[in-house]
Ligand binder design. Structure first.
Ligand code: SF4
Length: 166
């Protein structure tokens, strides 16, 4: 039986949500048994674009992110936002409250002013349609696996109406 092909992508983030997937062996083994992972920069060298399910971590923070997430959306039949950065903008969005030159000056000591092109940090859904959101900072591994199982069963993943910290 052909397993659905899945890919993982990361935008502006600490990559902690992907680490949640990678950090526990049984989660990873169950995932690998259920889907064929064809793109996962943190875990493998292979890079293929023939995926049906895209898991996307991180927020949109650079002009090139906009083109990249649109490209991912064209490949993915199902796109799932992973974690607070992808769902809401996350910690990155704190910088939206201040002038970008001020923030860049503080982080880079003024040296990088104007070197990195940047946008207001935004959720993935501000650019493309997101089919499901797995919330939390970081995501909860059990919720992630439940969502994968639901998708494989053709049902809608359950999204708890409360925060991960509850
Ligand atoms: Fe890191 Fe939290 Fe963003 Fe996940 S939601 S990538 S853990 S900052």
């Amino acid at each position: 039986m052909n397993r659905p092909r899945a890919a993982f992508f990361s935008f502006g983030s600490c990559e902690g949500c992907q680490l949640q997937v990678l950090s526990v062996e049984d989660v990873l083994l169950e995932l690998l048994g259920a889907v064929e992972v064809v793109n996962f920069r943190e875990a493998m060298d292979e890079r293929r674009d023939d995926y049906e399910i895209a898991f996307v971590e991180g927020s949109v923070i650079r002009p090139e992110d906009v083109a990249e997430i649109r490209q991912i959306r064209t490949h993915a039949r199902i796109l799932i936002a992973l974690g607070a950065c992808a769902c809401l903008g996350g910690v990155n969005a704190l910088r939206n409250r201040r002038a970008i030159q001020e923030v860049a000056g503080e982080v880079y000591g003024g040296r990088q002013d104007g070197v990195f092109e940047t946008l207001a940090a935004s959720p993935i859904s501000s650019v493309v349609q997101v089919d499901y959101e797995i919330r939390g900072c970081p995501i909860d591994r059990a919720e992630f696996l439940d969502a994968v199982r639901s998708l494989l069963a053709g049902t809608v993943p359950y999204t708890p109406p409360y925060a991960v910290c509850v």
